[in-house]
Design a protein around this ligand. Structure first.
Ligand code: NOJ
Length: 522
């Protein structure tokens, strides 16, 4: 199996560990209970100690926050809640000083309904040039009172909203996030301008939001399914997503990126099919794309094996490395997915050793390194538009976005100088804090630190080869000599010969416990 080549200055990202900073929840540099750029800057030494190579910072651009920053009203500035451009520049310089690269979120598919373009589109009326930048259509049925087609929004409810003059506009997400029309040259030019603006400031790359969504099928034909859940992949017949024309947008993005050797992209492409996903990774398109198979796999040995096999297969014929994700800000955290509590944590520790043993890029979502679980929040604390859009049937994503606990015995655990946090933090997290875990050699944090250090050594280099393993186990070897064993067999298994370098649970007399993983030098 061919994977990544040896990284150079321009492809530093091929084997990099990226740390995802959900900016609202990482660290508050002030006292308003919302994380910000100053808070992130102050905590950079912690990320150096963790051993990450790069950051992906979720959107910090001016936004009315209908979708916590994914509704951007100015793509070339900083939201005052998070800081300003000078603060961003200082963060960038300081991160670079530590040898940490910085990638930021690019949200091309839609804008905020408060962006000047959309405000103008509403004011100027049907047929105006300003409307042509978005997807406005007349309705159907008597008086055009029905939406132009049957498309559901990914957040629930229809993907169309009617404006007072009778026309409808398209929003694949919330009504506050109108979709742009990528057949309009100004839309493409504006995107190029945004890319150049941040590249000129020195960013090292972009995570691209809904990278399979910018172009819609000609004629906007109806979808042929009734139920649409959050981020469901309906395959190649979905006229809203993964439409061939989107690849032209990626080619344009790549041309701009190529002006800055060393700058990279990672696409959020919710396309499960290996071949369809590979199309985004052609030499003139994205540098990489998340593979969400580990994030969607159950704690089941065959599902995990399948996730690895497909992730490797999807990049095999492309220049891209594999790209592994266990959790992010859109899905339940893996501690919770794997059963929560002691059980979920034990499995999450093992999963970390699986993820970090694999070749290519690995994304660690802030809090993964602490074993953070989701938190059940009361209705009144929920802020995700999914909660309201779904008519209160889907609780949304707040549970996986709780602020990171840094120190102390009680909320807000050093997250803010204030007393409250934008999402409430629970009691009982004293043992989960960075300070508590840094002092404990057996903590999840210590496991991550050790794994990231070993991952930088020649041991963790080269291709993957599957090894024969007992039923219920996975075993693989990297060319550099790192051997991973993962045991889901229900009983302890004897590890093979080789020096044990790391384990997610105590290995006694050569036996790897159930729901545990080990790294050996073999
Ligand atoms: C994907 C992002 O990860 C998610 O948080 C956001 O709500 C949607 N795209 C819409 O931008």
């Amino acid at each position: 199996m061919s994977t990544a080549s040896t990284p150079t200055a321009t492809d530093w990202w091929r084997e990099a560990v990226f740390y995802q900073v959900y900016i609202r929840s990482f660290a508050d540099g002030g006292d308003d209970g919302v994380g910000d750029l100053a808070g992130l800057r102050a905590r950079l030494p912690e990320l150096v100690a963790l051993g990450v190579d790069a950051l992906w910072i979720n959107p910090f651009f001016p936004s009315p926050m209908a979708d916590h920053g994914y509704d951007v009203s100015d793509p070339r500035d900083v939201e005052p809640v998070f800081g300003d451009l000078a603060e961003f520049d200082a963060l960038l310089a300081e991160a670079h000083g530590h040898g940490i690269r910085v990638t930021i979120d690019l949200v091309p598919n839609h804008t905020s309904d408060q962006r000047d373009w959309f405000v103008q589109a509403l004011a100027d009326g049907p047929g105006s040039p300003a409307r042509a930048r978005y997807v406005f259509r007349d309705g159907t049925g008597p008086d055009g009172a029905e939406p132009p087609n049957n498309w559901p929004s990914i957040f629930g409810g229809p993907a169309w909203t009617r404006v007072p003059d009778g026309q409808w506009y398209l929003h694949l997400f919330a009504p506050e996030q109108p979709d742009l029309d990528f057949t309009h040259p100004e839309v493409l030019e504006d995107l190029a301008q945004t890319l150049r603006f941040w590249l000129a400031r020195g960013v090292d790359g972009f995570r691209i939001d809904v990278a399979h969504g910018m172009v819609k099928a000609d004629g906007l034909p109806d979808v042929d399914f009734d139920e649409a859940g959050l981020f469901d992949d309906h395959g190649p017949t979905d006229p809203r997503l993964d439409v061939d024309g989107v690849h032209d947008v990626h080619r344009m993005i790549r041309r701009v990126l190529d002006e800055h050797p060393g700058a990279m992209t990672v696409g959020e492409v919710w396309v499960a099919d290996d071949e369809r996903l590979a199309r985004y990774l052609r030499p003139d398109e994205l540098h990489s794309a998340f593979n969400f198979r580990l994030l969607t796999a159950d704690w089941d040995v065959e599902e995990l094996r399948d996730a690895v096999v497909h992730s490797l297969a999807s990049v095999a014929g492309t220049p891209a490395p594999p790209c592994w994700v266990l959790s992010n800000h859109d899905r339940p955290r893996h501690v919770t997915r794997y059963g929560d509590g002691e059980l979920g944590t034990r499995r999450a520790r093992a999963a970390a050793l699986l993820q970090l043993a694999l070749p290519g890029m690995a994304f660690v979502y802030n809090g993964d390194e602490l074993g953070m679980p989701d938190v059940d929040l009361p209705d009144e604390a929920l802020t995700d538009p999914v909660w309201t859009r779904s008519g209160h049937t889907e609780r949304g994503r707040d549970a996986c976005r709780i602020p990171v606990p840094w120190s102390g015995d009680a909320p807000p655990y050093g997250f803010t100088a204030g007393t409250t946090t934008w999402l409430p933090m629970p009691e009982g997290w004293a043992g989960l804090t960075v300070a508590a875990q840094a002092a404990d050699p057996d903590s999840v944090l210590s496991l991550y630190r050790a794994a990231l250090q070993l991952r930088r050594t020649p041991l963790a280099s080269g291709d993957v080869h599957w090894l024969t393993a007992p039923e219920g186990c996975l075993a693989l070897r990297r060319d550099g000599g790192l051997v991973l064993w993962l045991n889901l067999s229900g009983a302890p298994v004897a590890l093979p010969e080789g020096r044990l370098v790391l384990a997610s649970a105590p290995v006694v007399e050569g036996l790897l416990p159930h729901d545990a993983a080990a790294w050996l030098e073999g």
